[in-house]
Ligand binder design. Structure first.
Ligand code: SAM
Length: 345
């Protein structure tokens, strides 16, 4: 297996059956070797610096009803909120003072925050913080809406494809949502010029190894600039409440595989990984991740953006906890970078 891992590092590609063997491999030595190679590649690309992004959860209202998600439309137990323009600008001001150079606006598909409104908010952030990147993670739209957001000054867009396989996608989403449209959105985003991120939940209900192999192939074809990977974690008020959380180990393997496939990709060690295990974030970095996304949302709304059980939003997961984050990173020899951290080939 080690020879294959060397080959992945050199050629950035493996035959499908070898990815399969890597994903099912239980040999501790081989897995440690995989992580070590990925970590070396990340260190060569970025040094021991971890980029930070300030996450602003702008609304938990959503028109969609994804079976896995805590803020799905049918969950009547959620206290719904949407941030005002002023609240978002306050978050940006606070983040900028803390040293953030990227603001990530994420939310449900909340049509009350119209494209006109988003254009106004983005234009204002762009005017006030010309040296910052603006990332959006606001779900599916039409092509011309994405174009307007880009023209207003947004630079990056995160939209996980969730799963490539149509049948698996249909087990995770109601009929009006399709894998095909989501993948189309990703192609548009890339064509428009966004630095584009996609990704999956690892261990989502009914996911097979073959599904993950299709995801690897899709990501290879799409050539995104960012990949968001986190374990699925059940939420108590969803149809998947009784399903098991995804595996940390498989998530870490995939982080390493993607680092070796795409040496310069921006790869977050996600909140979901940090939420499952105390050392999850650090293990993600040691497997080749190079980004973390601390929470910059107003403190009183964080608890209402509960996508899954026990989602971390405090301590080192919070923007105000940067010092703690830096301390944690230093225990494994890393530190926060205050650079904007754009994708560079
Ligand atoms: N509405 C936007 C979208 O669809 O991309 C952004 C918000 S959505 C809540 C962000 C991501 O959260 C999804 O892409 C999904 O992968 C992740 N997510 C939702 N529920 C989750 C769960 N139970 N466990 C892990 N990740 C989850």
């Amino acid at each position: 297996m080690k020879t294959w891992i060397d080959s992945l590092r050199r050629e950035h590609h493996l035959p499908r059956e070898i990815y399969h063997q890597l994903l099912t491999c239980q040999d501790a030595d081989t897995i440690a070797y995989l992580h070590h190679q990925a970590r070396e590649v990340a260190l060569n690309q970025f040094g021991n610096k971890i980029y930070i992004r300030g996450l602003i959860e702008i609304s938990n209202c959503c028109r969609n009803d994804c079976y896995y998600c805590g803020i799905r439309k049918s969950n009547i137990n959620v206290t719904r909120y949407r941030l005002s323009k002023e609240q978002i600008l306050d978050c940006c001001r606070e983040g900028y003072e803390l040293g953030f150079k990227t603001f990530v606006m994420q939310g449900g598909e909340d049509r009350a925050q119209s494209v006109d409104w988003l254009v106004d908010v983005i234009s204002e952030i762009r005017r006030l913080y010309q040296d910052c990147a603006i990332t959006l993670s606001l779900g599916e739209m039409q092509r011309n809406d994405y174009e307007r957001l880009y023209q207003a000054g947004a630079n990056r867009y995160l939209l996980r494809h969730e799963t490539y396989d149509e049948e698996h996608y249909a087990k995770l989403h109601p009929g009006e949502m399709t894998a095909n449209y989501r993948q189309q959105c990703l192609r548009w985003l890339k064509e428009i010029g966004f630095q584009t991120g996609t990704g999956i939940m690892v261990g989502s209900p009914f996911q097979t190894i073959d599904n993950i192999l299709d995801d690897i192939q899709f990501i290879e074809e799409l050539q995104p600039q960012m990949i968001g990977l986190g374990p699925f974690i059940p939420h108590h008020d969803t149809p998947f409440a009784q399903h098991q959380a995804g595996s940390i180990e498989t998530t870490l393997k995939l982080l390493s595989i993607f680092r070796l496939m795409f040496p310069s990709i921006l790869l977050p060690s996600t909140t979901a990984l940090a939420s499952l295990g105390l050392d999850g974030r650090l293990r993600g970095i040691l497997a080749g991740a190079n980004v973390v996304m601390p929470n910059l949302s107003p403190k009183d709304t964080r608890k209402n953006y509960e996508l899954y059980n026990n989602k971390a939003s405090l301590g080192a997961e919070a923007a105000e906890g940067l010092k703690l984050l830096n301390q944690q990173l230093s225990t494994i020899g890393y530190e926060i970078s205050m650079e904007r951290g754009d994708y560079k080939k």
